[in-house]
Design a binder for this molecule. Structure first.
Ligand code: ARG
Ligand code: ZN
Length: 469
């Protein structure tokens, strides 16, 4: 994912002339400023993301000491490729104390303002140049209390911490290009007090105990959006194994959560992963699993490879079916703009309905559709377009439920075979990438051979209840 330098520039050209390799014409109007944009320009998350570079990898080496001061201390190394000449660029970071920034091993100067960390490397970076920014930092991450999105981010549990970051929480605990359009691989080195376990995305690559601490290493090689990165520190009962279909599973449950056991989480996860792989295409990652922790808030999030669940949700097969469907719809195929969020939540809601019907624990998908379609006087469903919901309705009913209904209406229109072919083409053509609603519409038209312009117009963009389509 590349963000055009011209997108949202606030800076002016300072040292562009040092980049002799730039292919741009030298006329004044087209001289490229060498300052990376301070935002991805996504109106749903003002300020999030940056321009001028494309992150390849995050390496997070963090000491986490729950309830201590500081609770978090360490270094983040962000490896990126410059998408244009760069004399200065931003990372997103809220709060915390930064004590040192280097670029390719050389001390860089930096300033902090709001949620921006502005870095000026000792020497400009040429367009296409690969560079490593190392940020040493510490502090107590600030939890987010958003009037519409609720409480999320870095959250305390009874015996540790838990991160749930959608959409804007990642940069409260690591410096990042915090927008889903810029996906990258990750590795984690998490050092915690002896007796606690530290879990992160992907596969565990090592554990070492020295003195009073234990270091847990985790690695996720598939591209991952920043909002899907997670760490969870605490005491856990863990069960590992493989699904019958061969996907490695890591299931961890806080032992003080009495409603879920590691066996229950493991069994449901394994069953759902294999079922979705048959329906949606091969499981997109090298590992699967889940973590149930003792949170104070009702929460579940599809963190890549290992969704995380609050105590009430970790034993609920519908929630597990939802979060695991996101591994295909959201985590592998990721939104390009937050306004596309129905591509995550509409699909995951549809997956819940499929799970209910197939497992016999819920009504038929048709009944789910009918029951909502009858709600003629529901403004939250009919006046909010799922593909342009506005920030206040980002996780509202229309995105989830009318989004799911849109998929069912599509299935009625094109038939079962074409419908599931569309879902599988979607997950394979955009695997590990980013996509938009426009691309979904184009793909559905291509696979079905039908003109679906009006259909999607009324279901995804209309501000009233569709009556014919
Ligand atoms: N993606 C989550 C889900 O599975 C919702 C997260 C909502 N974010 C928030 N900050 N409340 O439904
Ligand atoms: Zn969801």
């Amino acid at each position: 994912p590349r963000l055009p330098l011209s997108a949202l520039l606030v800076g002016v050209l300072t040292a562009c002339s040092s980049n002799g390799g730039s292919a741009r014409s030298p006329t004044a109007a087209s001289v490229a400023p060498a300052v990376g944009a301070v935002s991805a320009g996504d109106a749903y998350v003002p300020g999030d993301g940056n321009g001028g570079y494309d992150v390849q990898h995050y390496s997070l080496d963090l000491r986490i000491t729950p309830k201590a001061t500081p609770e978090l201390a360490g270094t983040a190394t962000v490896t990126a490729v410059a998408t244009g000449p760069l004399t200065r660029f931003d990372l997103d970071l809220t709060g915390l104390n930064v004590s040192e920034v280097t670029v390719d091993g050389r001390t860089a100067s930096y300033t902090r303002r709001d949620s921006e960390l502005t870095v000026t490397p000792a020497a400009p970076i040429a367009r296409g140049g690969r560079f490593a920014v190392r940020v040493r930092y510490s502090g107590i991450p600030r939890q987010i209390d958003d009037p519409v999105l609720g409480r999320y981010g870095w959250l305390s549990t009874s015996d540790g911490v838990f991160t749930g970051d959608e959409p804007s929480g990642a940069h409260t605990w690591f410096p990042s290009n915090d927008h889903p359009e810029d996906k990258a691989s990750f590795d984690f080195r998490l050092t915690v007090p002896h007796g606690l376990t530290a879990i992160a995305n992907g596969i565990q690559t090592g554990t070492a105990t020295t003195g009073n601490s234990t270091t847990y290493r985790w690695r996720e090689d598939a591209p991952m959006a920043t909002y899907l990165a997670m760490v969870d520190v605490g005491r856990f009962k863990v069960r590992t194994g493989r699904t019958p279909g061969g996907v490695p599973v890591y299931a961890a449950v806080d032992p003080t959560v009495t409603t879920t056991t590691a066996d229950k989480l493991y069994d449901t996860t394994a069953r759902v992963v294999d079922t979705w792989a048959k329906l949606f295409g091969p499981y997109p990652f090298a590992s699967a699993g889940g973590v149930v922790d003792n949170l104070q808030v009702g929460f579940a999030l599809e963190t890549q490879t290992k969704p995380e669940y609050g105590p009430a949700m970790g034993a609920d097969p519908t929630t597990i079916a939802h979060e695991l469907s996101h591994q295909w719809f959201g985590d592998s195929v990721t939104v390009t703009h937050w306004s596309d969020i129905w591509l995550n939540e509409g699909f995951a809601t549809y997956a819940e309905w499929l799970w209910g019907e197939r497992s016999g624990t819920g009504p038929s998908v048709q009944a789910q559709f009918d029951q909502r379609y009858r709600q003629t006087g529901s403004p939250d469903l009919w006046t909010v377009p799922p593909a342009a919901p506005g920030r206040a309705q980002l996780f509202g009913r229309s995105v989830y439920e009318r989004g799911g209904m849109t998929l069912h209406a599509l299935r009625q229109k094109v038939g079962d075979a074409k419908f599931f072919a569309i879902l599988r083409a979607w997950t394979s053509e955009h695997r590990h990438g980013n996509a938009t609603t426009g691309q979904f519409i184009a793909l559905a038209e291509r696979v079905s051979g039908k003109d679906l312009g009006r259909f999607f117009q009324v279901w995804l963009y209309g501000k009233k209840r569709p009556t014919s389509w």
